[in-house]
Design a protein around this ligand. Sequence first.
Ligand SMILES: *Cc1c(COP(=O)(O)O)cnc(C)c1O
Length: 468
Amino acid sequence: MSKLFRHLPSVDEVLSALAKGGGFGELPRPLVKNLVNDFLDICREEIRAGAFSEPEQLAVKALMPRLTAYVRAKSRPHFRRVLNATGVVIHTNLGRSLLAKPAIDAVAEACGHYSNCEFDLSTGKRGSRYSHVEKILCDITGAEAALVVNNNAAAVFIMLETLAKGREVIVSRGQLVEIGGSFRIPDVMAKSGATLREVGATNRTHLHDYENAVGDQTGALMRVHTSNFRVVGFTKEVPLAELRKLGDRYNLPVLEDLGSGTLYALEGEGLLGEPTVQQVVAQGADVVSFSGDKVLGGPQAGVIVGRKEYIDRIKKNPINRAMRIDKMTLAALEATLRLYLDMDEARRKIPTLNMITASPEALKSKARRLADAVRDALGKRAEVGMKKGVSRVGGGAFPEYDLPGTMVTVAVKGVAVKALRDALLDTDPPLIARIEDDEFLLDPRTLASTELKLAAHALKQGVAALTK
Ligand SMILES: *Cc1c(COP(=O)(O)O)cnc(C)c1O
């Protein structure tokens, strides 16, 4: 065995062989050198483990295919594009909303050039970063004032810290939710310095439950969107309009964490049960918060809209500085919001809305094109079919709502579905698929038309890796 070690090529030998083959000229040389070192360490481990028996197996030429694959895989950027064939439109793990084209352009413009980010072009003096989106947010939602922070978790926190610190906030037990990533209303409340005053039962809360809890210590009434779960059956929640009246009677602000929040009325598309931000503002919520990158379809942000007196106080909270959004977010958000000035344009141009509202016919035609591309890529060894199935909005919006569509099923002879799914995590780009009832599925809803061939190509790479 010790003889075999001597046959392992040196780093320099490998590097000059790589250079001759013209490989990796685009990568920094020190990086390639380190990776070659790592690769040779792995070979030493393998020699120790008895993986090699002949010296020829350790010749540079023999090692080269594995070595190049290793360097290619390890030198890729860590943050990468993937193909989302899960059918979950707002997939938090896959980066939530895709930006509309005008928003992408605005980001490029904002970060490649100087801008009036905090500069008032009418006075030549320092300006406010929020000025770029406040008016348009008010125009769209009907609110008096608006503010944007880093995400909705920050929005909820700063709203409570500003308006209810040291006081009680009354919330229904049915709304004390935990959403993904360990955001729990009771915990956020505790951190903000407000005291949670739970009322009602998990399934039913009445107006008199809130009213009985109002006292000297009360700072606010709050509603929280139940996000990714639903209480069904024998239930009762107090409508916002009634809480508004209670708030007026006791001079208390009514706060609403809308979660996803939508500016586009999805009711018209048959998705019921989620009020728009406009409706919530009109029904009298004093402060409403929602995410920028859920159904709104913009960049990660937490939007806070509402009555001027409250928003002004939140703006002045020193913590606001620690939650401020950057210029790329501002640019993307303004460009996205501008699309909402024409709701039809918003639906057509904002990918999130476009995918949620895609027609069954359009999805079927996309499934057909995807199936054809997969058949072309995999040939005879694969059985490719289509069947009806459902997608999800995701992001905690419409959690129980099935979006009907057409799925593409793929079965490859001799390849287990789980093995196929896992192999696709290592393709270029990776393809994230779904397994349902032991069947491998691609949901075309969340693939762009321009990605169908890429998805088929990824499948080809994945199958090749499994069957080589
Ligand atoms: C998603 C969500 C949040 C957190 O929003 P982020 O933008 O992810 O920080 C808070 N509350 C509710 C009800 C949510 O659905």
